[in-house]
Design a protein around this ligand. Structure first.
Ligand SMILES: *Cc1c(COP(=O)(O)O)cnc(C)c1O
Length: 402
């Protein structure tokens, strides 16, 4: 009989007491630092997922940890029934960095997206004059905007959606990267267009150059709010602070999450100008934890790290360097290597992505497959050139044996 490892014991306990809503790689992590994580058996791995880009600043960034500890000793939660002395500084920082006038803090990305949906709908009724309960929001095929019933209702991924109906009405799904489809979907009741500047979960789908700019132009001409979901692409990941800046556009609403806390705490927000944000009045929206002092202190430190360590520039430089290396890989099962900044992916010609990730794990590198054929490489943005070299050589040696 083969004896159980410590890893097996942890995994069995998760399965015994936990819901089976995930199918994780069989690795149990207990510690992290920068681009590294360690499992319960002491083995060290490169983290090439960064918790879906929540860890742009790296695991346990000392500045963010220190800010969290200091705030925890003072005050952690007040609810929005009272003011606290930290939130305003956090919102000011979000506004200064994004160039918007106002920000509204929530917790998970899902709540950020829900907040943007509510803002678009209310703007549609209050400002555009759409008849009650008729507002439509346009979204794209293969979108990923989170897991609430409303949001999965307009997903096109059967795994995410099946069995959770009835879907919330008021959403129209069009092809991604298709300006004509956007034009054609617009009606007098359209209030907004919700889009990811790069579709991360769909497998790092980068739209054609000029798509976002053209979509912005259509939305302006047709009096529709353009809402960019930058939860995964934002805060430095693609080589700019916000991915839409590559296209030199400005949305009407931007949604932030994930790296807004550097991985320490769920923190999300929307940012927009006052002509949009003013649709919220007291009682119309909120969250017990949204904007709490602990989240705000963590958010301030997380944003400071991105700016002070020039993480967007690092993502641009290291991303190009890494992309060039990945593109040099020769293998008949590689269909395409693509991405922007440090949001990179290899797409295979066959559904071998999960098996590839298992082999990478054995080589000390954790990556995540998406849609069976694609593997995403999105390390913390603090990664050094030497670390890219080392990660690449592990990827290369796994591929050779494949
Ligand atoms: C992760 C993600 C979300 C959802 O964020 P959660 O914190 O998991 O709710 C929404 N949109 C995009 C683009 C994401 O990558």
């Amino acid at each position: 009989m083969i004896s159980k490892t410590v890893t097996d014991e942890y995994i069995e306990r998760d399965f015994e007491y936990g819901a089976r809503n995930y199918a994780p790689l069989p690795v149990v992590l207990e510690r992290g630092e920068g681009v590294w994580v360690w499992d319960v058996e002491g083995k060290c791995y490169f983290d090439m997922l960064s918790a879906y880009s929540a860890l742009n600043q790296g695991h346990n960034h000392p500045r963010i940890v220190a800010a969290a500890k200091a705030q925890m000793d003072k005050l952690s939660l007040t609810s929005r029934a009272f003011h606290n002395n930290v939130m305003g500084g956090f919102l000011k920082k979000i506004c200064e960095l994004t160039g918007f006038e106002k920000a509204l803090p929530m917790n998970s990305g899902a709540e950020g997206v829900e907040t943007a949906i509510k803002a678009m709908r209310r703007w549609g009724y209050m400002e555009k004059g759409i008849p009650a309960d008729r507002a439509e929001i346009i979204v794209c095929e293969e979108n990923f905007h989170a897991r609430t019933t409303t949001i999965v209702g307009f997903s096109t991924d059967p795994e995410a959606k099946t069995g959770f109906g009835p879907s919330t009405p008021g959403f129209k799904v069009i092809a991604y990267d298709d300006i004509e489809a956007l034009e054609a979907a617009i009606t007098p009741n359209t209030c907004g267009f919700l889009v990811e500047p790069i579709q991360g979960e769909a497998g790092v789908k980068v739209p054609s150059p000029g798509y976002l700019k053209a979509a912005r132009e259509v939305c302006s001409r047709q009096n529709i709010l353009f809402c960019a979901d930058e939860i995964q692409t934002g805060l430095g990941r693609t080589g700019k602070l916000l991915c839409y800046q590559h296209d030199e556009i400005r949305p009407d609403i931007v949604i932030l999450g994930k790296a807004l806390s550097g991985g320490l705490y769920p923190v999300s927000a929307i940012a927009c100008d006052d002509w949009v944000m003013k649709v919220f009045d007291p009682g119309s929206h909120g969250s017990t934890y949204g904007g709490n002092p602990l989240a705000s202190a963590i958010g301030i430190a997380a944003l400071d790290v991105i700016v002070d360590e020039k993480l967007a520039d690092r993502a641009a430089t290291m991303g190009l360097y890494f992309l060039d290396k990945l593109r040099s890989l020769k293998h008949d099962k590689i269909r395409e290597v693509r991405g922007k900044g440090l949001l990179l992916a290899i797409e295979f010609t066959e559904p071998i992505a999960k098996a590839f990730c298992k082999k990478l794990k054995a080589e000390g590198l954790l990556a995540k497959d998406t849609h069976a054929v694609t593997v995403r490489f999105a390390p913390p943005l603090v990664i050094t050139r030497e670390q890219v070299d080392e990660a690449f050589s592990r990827i290369q040696s796994v591929l050779k044996a494949f």
